[in-house]
Design a protein around this ligand. Sequence first.
Ligand code: ADP
Length: 240
Amino acid sequence: IVVASGKGGVGKSTIAANLSFAFARRGLKVGLLDADITGPSLPTLLGAAERPSTRDGKIAPVERHGVSAMSIGYLVDADKAVAWRGPMVMGAVRQLIGDVAWGALDVLIVDTPPGTSDAHLTLAQSGIVSGVVIVSTPQKLALADVRRGAALFSGVGASILGVIENMAWIETPKGPAPLFGEGGAARLAAEIGAPFLGALPLWPDLAAASDAGAPLPPDHAASLAFDAIAAALALALRLD
Ligand code: ADP
């Protein structure tokens, strides 16, 4: 499952990581691949910075919070890959897919850079993508980018599994307060003919947990919301 967005900063990496935790809670064997080569966020989100070991001539994924993860951030120094372009990015994505000892996974969640980039093209060509989840905030719609991304993956037989609206509101003592307008992502889903997978609020706990590299407890409202989305995706892809 590729997690994509038109724009950056909408919570795509946070959602990719938390969906992988939710699939792991369902008892599935989950991989989490960070295909953002020039701006990897997985090492921070998972709270693991160690260099991976090798297994049978391949790179062993980093095992954290019940998930097998790999990111360029585990393999090269942070300031190196930032400057990589085109063929180097594509080569790195191919390596993260093919040269990692992923083992037998039930589902691989792939975090991607914003927009439609070399990483997306490489993923589409790799033949491993079954579905795409699009993340947007209510105002950062970037419809043209989303359409381009959707067309790229539909063209290789992947289904557009749906749109998640993130940072939709914040809880205040007076009740929920919308942050960037309302209903934008649901309209986006309708425009591209994809299911709307739900709206998520801004959870201060989630931001803190992401920075700390530790998942929220399973009974936290955020974990339950990710469980519900994972259940819908598992049904759509017949994963259980
Ligand atoms: P992207 O991958 O789209 O660039 P990130 O996942 O890095 O976005 O999220 C951007 C920032 O917003 C991070 O600091 C993250 O912790 C925070 N964030 C994302 N979604 C939420 C949310 N629903 N509630 C609270 N903080 C969030």
